[in-house]
Design a protein. Structure first.
Length: 202
């Protein structure tokens, strides 16, 4: 009797273990090519090639991975999901948090809450909260960000505007002295500061 009762008590433990919730993850392996859009409400790791857009709640693009299209988080996506880009994306990335690694390339620009760039981004960057540009980063295009952290050696080839994107439109001014005109400041590689100020109206 004791052995039977003991067995009965431990029996429910097995289905309970099987019922444990595990976050879904899809993998597109090295050498694989997917033609068409890839849509998932889980996390996707891409080591191969996707010829189309990718919509996911999390992305890890390996250095061997290529996405020939746009990348985005679902409309009802979870906040705080990080899109890690170590490979190449030809389209635009729209997500909550984006981390472009040193080997990462984004050709269509980025629109996100927070962005860290170690690699190369073209097409402009719009960040609602914080943009971090490391010493190895190259950004080609205009930047709009709430906060900017830029290491020495990092390059931005474009106009930098500070403030939330919703307030990005330049305000009109009737000043003839140019006091309200925008000013662009940058530093050369040797640390000296260059200043370019828009000329006053004639």
């Amino acid at each position: 009797m004791l052995g039977k009762n003991s067995k009965d008590r431990t029996a429910p433990a097995e289905p309970q273990s099987k019922g444990t919730t595990v976050p879904s993850q899809s993998v597109i392996g090295r050498g694989m090519t997917v033609t068409g859009d890839c849509i998932t409400d889980g996390h996707v790791r891409i080591q191969g090639t996707v010829s189309g857009g990718v919509t996911a709640n999390g992305l890890e693009l390996a250095d061997s991975g290529v996405i020939d299209g746009d990348v985005s988080v679902p409309k009802a996506g979870k906040k705080g999901q990080v899109f890690i880009v170590a490979g190449r994306i030809t389209g635009r990335v729209t997500a909550h948090v984006v981390d472009v690694k040193k080997s990462g390339v984004v050709l269509g620009g980025i629109d996100a809450e927070e962005v860290t760039i170690h690699g190369s981004v073209e097409g402009g960057v719009t960040v609602r909260h914080r943009l971090a540009v490391s010493s190895t980063a190259v950004v080609a295009g205009d930047v709009q960000t709430g906060r900017l952290v830029m290491e020495e050696g990092g390059r931005v080839n474009g106009t930098i505007r500070m403030g939330h994107p919703e307030a990005a439109a330049p305000r009109e001014t009737h000043s003839s002295k140019g006091e309200d005109k925008p000013e662009l400041r940058s530093e050369t590689d040797d640390g000296r500061r260059n200043e370019t100020v828009a000329p006053a109206a004639a």
